[in-house]
Design a protein around this ligand. Sequence first.
Ligand SMILES: *Cc1c(COP(=O)(O)O)cnc(C)c1O
Length: 363
Amino acid sequence: MSHSQRVFNFGAGPAALPEAVLQKAQQELLNWKQLGMSVMEISHRSKEFVQLLETTEADLRSLLAIPSNYRVLFLHGPARAQFSMIPMNLTQSGRANYAVTGMWSEMAAKEASKWTEVSRACDSRDTDYLSVLDAKDWQLVDGADYLYFTANETVNGLEFLSPPHVEQDLVCDMTSNLLSRPIDVSRYALIFAGSQKNIAPAGMTLLIVREDILAREHGLLAQVDDYAALAEKRSLLYTPPSFCIYMAGLMFSWLKEQGGLSAMQARNLSKSNKLYKFIDSSSFYSNQVDKQYRSSMNVVFHLYDKALELSFLEQAKHAGLCALKGHRSVGGMRASLYNAISIEAVDRLIEFMDDFQHQHNVV
Ligand SMILES: *Cc1c(COP(=O)(O)O)cnc(C)c1O
């Protein structure tokens, strides 16, 4: 398929991957490293695969400047498996603080309550998930095992610019914004991210965990749920998600070529700022999220005239702008602007949105 037949894909996940990454995978698909087979068909214990795993980890470490007292794990499965694995592995006192700021942290808090006593540090339900209580006013249970928060609420379009300053071990779901900008890993006890938003195809979860967390004692756990067991075997306790690891490796190389995470941050901010600016200047579209929490990854917007939503989506698709429908719990539209989305894609979207509003007599 030629470049011109690919659409602009604003889907929230599984999401667009950079064309250069897909092309490289295509070139190497039948014959990886002159082995006469694909990376999907080779033993995960072969020296070539183990080397791939090591290079991929090293690239991630250099992109995120991960300190040496952190372990990186490439795990099978959905991001939400961590909603239970975190309390299973980290619970000591039996209490944990959860910042509830959108659909994903709401689900994480609910799931965690099967293993630990969940205390809501803040609850954005009061604002229809449009804002977040200032972290200095959060209610934190002393002696809790950790404070959990979601760095970017993919469905609601809220993002934390920096982690809260608190004296507790921070556990963070970065599924939809890991690698979108530099972060200070040392501020966190544990970071996790499902692969299908900004990293690779679906099927893998990345875990970055401080070593002392692995030493916490816990009750009886299945081996595949036990962080210490997984870390001890360096992601090879089981057959790892080998194709996802390979694709993540291609993505990390691509990110390095793009100038690393500072360059991505500048590009991502310019994309989202442009779109928010356009929405704010229009009397046809709206975004209600508190400005200091607006996500640079997932821009949620509504048409004031809801009756036009279907025709907006149809015409957008016709113009090659796909997957703009908002999550069913929020409605409206959502443009996901992950790393793979070019500035050109955002320009085309804004152009389309402008044409559409003019069609409906907005000047
Ligand atoms: C998509 C998403 C998840 C869930 O991912 P699954 O792999 O489907 O479990 C969790 N958290 C956030 C922030 C997400 O965007």
